[in-house]
Design a protein around this ligand. Sequence first.
Ligand code: ADP
Ligand code: ADP
Length: 228
Amino acid sequence: MITFENVTKVYQNQTAPALSHIDVSVDRGEFAFLVGASGSGKSTFLRLIVREIRATSGRVLVDGRDVGRLGQFRVPKLRRKVGMVFQDFRLLPGKTVYENVAFGLQVIGRPSAEIRQRVPATLDLVGLSTKGDRLPEELSGGEQQRVAIARAVANDPLVLIADEPTGNLDPATSVGIMKLLDRINRRGTTVLMATHDAMIVDQMRRRVIELDAGEVVRDQSTGAYGTA
Ligand code: ADP
Ligand code: ADP
């Protein structure tokens, strides 16, 4: 589903590569954690997948396509296959929960009959079926992250990318978010999650890819956060 082939990324005006000769594949249906110290290259890895940035050399394939070679008109098509959630939720503050989830479907041109069916189904999936009329500011952090996840998966993407999704949440709330991501993964969505949350990684026992200074230093099929 996601393949990095000898990928190196050097940012402009930098000498050290942010990522160096990365060869990694994440298969359809997998759940993988991306771990590593701040500055190790996790965000760069995720940003390459959604073509926010391009590799300096090597290829990044998503669903069989070289995303570095997609023309500008093809990038939106890629983004429809890849949902994203972030540490800071990034909801639209003036819109209700329902509208936040519907908005993502509207901008990609889904028919309104489909939106009226998908939004409630997705809110149900994330456990927020009674909160569609609330504004984000009226929700807890965990509930806001559930809205963000609903928005990311409403279109049934092939891949869900989560960049520190529990970074702003307390441990109990984080466990609830992980159960939700696990449920989404079991429905068939490939999940790739960058995290510093050792407790979560240790509890989940899924694949762990560790970066250090832009290189993959560990790739375990059922790993822990640390190597102890
Ligand atoms: P992480 O997400 O693990 O904290 P990043 O991918 O953000 O790591 O950063 C990897 C390296 O690339 C770091 O040395 C960082 O300073 C550098 N870097 C990240 N973004 C940029 C940028 N836009 N321009 C220049 N250097 C960057
Ligand atoms: P449209 O984008 O007009 O709805 P299609 O989905 O049939 O039409 O695909 C049109 C173009 O998209 C073709 O050039 C095809 O090569 C390209 N394409 C096909 N499959 C994919 C894919 N999985 N991801 C991105 N582009 C694709």
